[in-house]
Design a protein around this ligand. Structure first.
Ligand code: GAL
Length: 675
């Protein structure tokens, strides 16, 4: 038997071994005896990376230019003495009151021109040169002081850039927007053309006439809106790189910031951000407003792995139990925190961190869960934290192992921005919802999915799935067409390929960019009302959206049995070049969508792991010596599951006729020969 390496060097580049288990710590809230107690308990829990100084500005620079690092020195030193690594915040995420008092012009404005005041957090305009000067001065001081401190393993720039302040409509932003537009279009007529300003008397004679898309009486120009999203994402990215450049000039420690790949924040195009990160890190909170919260968690984890280019990544924040910012904040069920954490690990995370260490007793987040709850250590949360900490230590051998998939799903922030705009055929079509439903159907057939950017190299895949890619450039659409022509298989769903990168409709026939590869044309859209369901010839049902489709080489898989498009094809299949493209002109019910994807995957020869039962998630990570099969039971019942190998969770060999416990997780080590 091959000996097992217990702690492989972390590929995150932090100079550590094994997996990361950590948290945000806001010691500014506590007295120094509490710090000592906290560090003792951190060791008990197995915490090995702690983020500090995330919101530290008003502590380390209480007055302009008066830098006081004594407390930060002490906490960094204390963590270091206790063998705990530091994930050091640059402290710039929220300006201190002296700065907003001295320079109220840094405050952001929303679309109606009103100011958003201090008193919360992140009250700064992303384009403000004044804010930037002060923030960079702080970064310079902090980087110089801790740039080679042995405790510091990672730099944490600002915090969740754009969580609240992504879109600012003030005059400073307006000027910056114009500069960005001039760089993009070079001459004003190119912008007029791209934005379609010939319509509704919007033609611009001078750059100075252009404004951010502030609140209007009617619908806003969609291309202006789209470019404003792009500009706003680029502004914060430029802000990140400005901080990172200062840090890198004095420190060799890796630099990152925490992404928010999540359903409720869409303002950053992380495909553009990811190459600037030394380590890709994500924050994820379960959103109980969604129909299947844990599915969205899995999608977010896979998307983060995609952003990391398939390499391991870091879960920078999630919660041990309830958050405090949803309408009803559900405490996690026993075992749920473990399941959530391990789902991230299954999908490529080499570390699991939380917000925050000790639950606040004052301020906005006092009812947000923490590793150490208000009720102390004699609690379920604490016991589960300690259990997870010890498991994360045992999982050290997984460091650097990777997830392989031969199925790609194309996901685009730009398409999200464009699809969800106003004045479209149906206000009920939401891009992310369609992406999630498609992803969910792929999970249901046991697929492991790589989330890829439009235009990504598809050569390693057998099947590419393209849900509702309304906006796509010619070049990026061509990559999909070429993939199919060369023998790949594609599933493309309704309202795809419609507009180019300027949101200009491709005339001729829908689905524009995908018409020839799909071998169909759509003459008109027929959105479906609310919960209405239309029967299909294969026994399935359609809803939300239908299209008046004509065959141009494709064959019909199913057609509508009633409704205005009775007899019209709903799902088609087209042999194109060496490959096959399927087109779904409607939103299929979940079962039919899964069936369609199952056919596509099997015809493409794509690998799917046999799904055990509804609610069971299976993912494999592969290391140099072993495979690790994660079996995650999201149900409240034990599920019979025949798998052999050593379970790293229970530290026992699995019986052939074993079960995975209700709500439980198995991480089954299998040597390559037997898997
Ligand atoms: C994140 C943030 C943390 C904390 C957390 C609460 O957005 O980075 O500071 O506020 O949410 O869920």
């Amino acid at each position: 038997m091959t000996p097992v390496e217990t702690h492989r060097p972390s590929p995150l580049g932090l100079g550590t071994e094994g997996l990361v288990f950590g948290c945000d710590y806001n010691p500014e809230q506590w007295s120094k005896d509490v710090w000592r107690e906290d560090v003792r308990l951190m060791r008990e829990a197995g915490v090995n990376l702690v983020a500090v100084n995330i919101f530290g500005w008003s502590h380390i620079e209480p007055r302009q230019g008066d830098f006081r690092f004594d407390d930060l020195d002490e906490i960094v030193g204390l963590l270091h003495e206790n063998g705990i690594g530091v994930n050091l915040g640059t402290g710039t995420s929220s300006p201190p009151p002296w700065l907003t008092t001295l320079h109220p012009e840094i405050l952001p404005q929303v679309g109606d021109g009103t100011t958003r005041w201090p008193g919360g957090r992140q009250a700064w305009c992303p384009s403000s040169p004044v804010f930037r000067d002060y923030a960079m001065a702080l970064v310079r001081e902090t980087a110089a002081r801790y740039g080679s401190h042995p405790a510091v393993k990672l730099w944490h720039v600002s915090n969740e850039l754009g969580c609240h302040n992504a879109l600012c409509y003030c005059d400073v932003s307006a000027t910056a927007f114009r500069v960005w537009l001039q760089r993009r279009y070079e001459n004003i007529e190119a912008l007029n053309d791209a934005w379609g300003t010939a319509f509704w008397s919007q033609h611009y004679a001078e750059w100075a006439e252009i404004l951010p898309p502030r609140d209007t009486l009617s619908f806003i120009n969609p291309s202006q809106q789209l470019d404003f999203f792009r500009f706003s994402s680029d502004e914060l990215l430029a802000y990140y790189t400005a901080e990172a450049e200062i840090i890198r000039s004095t420190s060799d420690i890796p630099v990152t910031t925490n992404f928010m790949v999540t359903a409720h924040i869409k303002t950053q195009d992380y495909w553009r951000w990811a190459p600037e990160m030394d380590v890709v890190a994500n924050d994820h909170y379960l959103d109980h407003r969604l129909s299947v919260p844990h599915r969205e968690l899995s999608f977010s984890a896979d998307a983060t792995r995609g952003l990391a280019g398939g390499k391991p990544w870091l879960l920078m924040e999630h919660s041990t139990s309830a958050v405090n910012w949803q309408p009803r904040n559900h405490a996690k069920a026993p075992g749920e925190m473990m399941r959530n954490s391990l789902t991230h690990v299954a999908r490529g995370a080499d570390g699991v961190c939380f917000f925050q260490w000790r639950a606040s007793v004052k301020g906005t987040e006092k009812f947000h869960s923490a590793l150490l709850p208000h009720s102390g250590t004699d609690t379920r949360v604490w016991r589960e934290v300690v259990e997870l900490g010890s498991l994360m230590d045992r999982l050290g051998e997984l460091a650097g192992s990777v997830v392989h998939s031969d199925i790609a799903l194309v996901f685009s922030w730009e398409a999200w921005w464009a699809t969800d705009q106003e004045a479209h055929p149906s206000s009920e079509l939401h891009y992310l919802e369609q992406v999630h439903q498609t992803y969910e159907a792929l999970l249901a057939i046991g697929a492991t999915v790589d989330i890829v950017a439009p235009g990504a190299d598809l050569s390693g895949y057998r099947l590419v799935v393209v849900p509702c890619l309304y906006l796509v450039s010619d070049a990026d659409a061509q990559v999909i067409t070429d993939f199919v022509a060369g023998g790949g298989h594609a599933v493309i769903s309704f309202f795809s390929g419609i507009v180019d990168e300027h949101d200009t409709v491709r005339s001729g026939s829908y689905p524009g960019a995908f018409r020839s590869v799909a071998g169909i044309s759509a003459e008109e859209f027929y959105p479906v009302d609310g919960d209405e369901s239309i029967a299909l010839s294969d026994g399935g049902s359609a809803g939300l959206w239908t299209e008046l489709l004509h065959l141009e080489g494709a064959t019909t898989t199913s057609f509508y049995l009633d409704g205005p498009l009775m007899g019209v094809p709903a799902v088609t299949r087209h042999g194109f070049g060496q490959g096959v493209a399927r087109y779904l002109a409607t939103r299929l019910d979940a079962g039919s969508l899964a069936e369609e994807l199952r056919h596509a995957a099997s015809e493409a020869g794509a690998t799917t792991l046999t799904p055990v039962a509804e609610g069971i998630e299976i993912v494999r990570r592969s290391g140099p010596q072993h495979d690790y099969v994660f079996v995650i039971n999201h149900t409240n019942e034990p599920v019979a599951h025949a798998i052999t190998g050593y379970d790293l969770v229970t530290e026992a060999d699995l019986a052939v006729d074993g079960v995975v416990a209700a709500g439980g997780v198995q991480i089954v080590r299998q040597s390559r020969e037997t898997s």
